[in-house]
Design a protein around this ligand. Structure first.
Ligand code: ZN
Ligand code: ZN
Length: 193
């Protein structure tokens, strides 16, 4: 999803929460593994109930990922499969206990017999980026959006946000392109609505 692609008249990029498209650029190839657009492309034809100027917001700086210490990859604990706890079940009950091997941290410093990088996996906490950016919900009208993505949009020339009802992505448009943005929950949990 992180690689841009072209199809039809447009070139696209998305991370699953925000999608942007510009008129097709020759240097961006078509891709067979491109994310499907059938459930979003019709939204570009729907007129939002209102267009508002994109607000200027300043998100927090990215923080080093605690799980991988900024390296982007980890040895997931072999005992709990990187879950941090273990479940035991019998006929009567189910127990959850903290994993002894990783003490609940989900990762270990080394897997015996795995070689230096043998079973290192991409860190799922930061998607391998080594840093995490906390998103804060910022209200626009009666909806909430990530301050991080709003700061990206605000950098685009002439950016405006178009709102629909709850449950639909918002549209945004700027000189040179347009896009879709998922609303967030009001609270600061990492949840998207
Ligand atoms: Zn990480
Ligand atoms: Zn463990």
């Amino acid at each position: 999803m992180r690689k841009p692609w072209s199809t039809g008249k447009y070139s696209y990029a998305t991370n699953g929460h925000i999608l942007v498209r510009v008129l097709r650029r020759d240097e961006i190839p078509e891709r067979e593994d491109a994310p499907p657009l059938y459930n979003v492309s019709h939204l570009f034809f729907k007129e939002p109930r209102t267009w508002l100027p994109a607000p200027v917001v300043s998100p927090q700086k990215p923080k080093e990922c605690e799980l991988c210490g900024g390296t982007g990859s980890v040895f997931y604990c072999p005992e709990c499969d990187g879950e941090g706890d273990l479940e035991f079940e019998n006929k009567y009950s189910r127990y959850t206990v903290t994993c002894d091997t990783c003490e609940g941290s989900r990762v270990v410093s080394k897997v015996v017999g795995a070689g230096d990088d043998g079973s290192k996996k991409r860190c799922d906490s930061c998607a391998g980026l080594g840093s995490r950016q906390d998103h804060k919900s910022v209200p626009i009208g009666d909806l909430y959006f990530s301050d991080v993505y709003l700061s990206w949009i605000a950098e685009l020339p002439g950016a405006e946000i178009g709102l629909y009802c709850l449950g639909n992505p918002a549209r945004f448009r700027f000189d040179g392109g347009e896009g879709l943005l998922m609303p967030r929950c009001k609270d600061d949990e990492d949840r998207w609505v």
